[in-house]
Design a binder for this molecule. Sequence first.
Ligand code: FES
Ligand SMILES: [Fe+2]
Length: 425
Amino acid sequence: MQAGAKAHNGNGNGSLNGSRNGSPSGDPSTQELLDLIVEHASRPMEEAQALPAGYYTSEGLYELEVERIFKKDWLYVCRTDEVENPGDWYSAEIVGEPIMLVRGKDMQIRAMSRVCPHRFMDILKVERENGLDHGNKDSFVCPYHSWAFNTEGDLTGAPLMNRSTLFEREKDSYCLKNFAVEVWQGFVFVNMDPDAEPLGPRFAEMEEVLAPYRLDEWKVVERIDWPDSPVTWKLAMDNGRECYHHQGAHSESIEPLWPSHLVDADTTDSEYFYYQKMFVDPKGAIGEEDGHFIQPVVLPPLDGLTPYQRSHSLLVGLYPTMWFSPGPDVLLVAKWWPTGPQSHKFDLALCVHPSRLDHPDLEKVRAETKEWLLQIQEEDFRMVSGIQEMLGSDHARRGGALSHLERPMWTFQKYMAKRLAGANA
Ligand code: FES
Ligand SMILES: [Fe+2]
């Protein structure tokens, strides 16, 4: 079924146009989109097809994404070294839900709600007003009525509450709500679903490929935050997942280093992740060892990597919202979080191995890599914002065939089919 080609079928809830999501324009209903995702996800890769504009614009689908993905699945927040010491906090909003990661005095990383259990003030209101999204505190004191919480989220003080018998009865339950946390390869993930399955086992297939990079050791040396962008998270993420556009959108920046035609994307059918290998263009290589062209580096490569591992960078995506790219010398980490059906926030971290932290070129590398990443993101944003502007067209109702280099878009269809429609494709 091609949803874009289908007329309204009167299957809805009595709305005038008969569409379940009430769209007045002939757009597919949420159910039609779910059926289409499941159908696309069940095809072989050779038949894989991009989803229509309605997949990106449907508010009904977005509501399901919030409920079944962002409030149910593991979401990457930051690296462990960004909350390295007791009292370190890192704040974020997951689809409007204000949270913070806090390293406790017991060295455990916890995820907590920032909503005060008294009358709902943001525990980090003052810090947020000052533009801070991370810091260090001995305790968290609500700016409204001064209820205080320790780094584990327990209530430790509440002035002038001594006449409340209700408070006396309930005070042990007045903590900052905790969410599930899991650390994998130095990445901290949060899950708002208390019954979430563990995350790590999903990625067992990649352990061997990743082991030489010792990813849990790397440290963030730069984080770039972009302001809220008026582009749906799914468009931005689809773009981030495939290297097919190197030869188009990045023809003068990435393509000379990692050309599209040398990318190996044919690695996995998993609906939870992908990894691909971006091999250096022989013309851009700095040498050849054991028959492998060696990728240029900005810092000495990580000790112990073989010539083969120094011939490429990995691009590893974990659904739904992040990728990381370990190379011989630097590690890049990106995340996209929706801020609404048609907007998202993006940030990118540059990490280096601790053995390179005192390298004399580090500051220069940090500044130059930041410039390069800003340029790449500008190139990407031109593309995804350009597509966003086309989504209202009558001619964006049927997507085209996917290249073998767009494999992660196909495996992400499987993820969406499973999470949104409960279908195994
Ligand atoms: S709202 Fe936090 S102490 Fe009242
Ligand atoms: Fe790109």
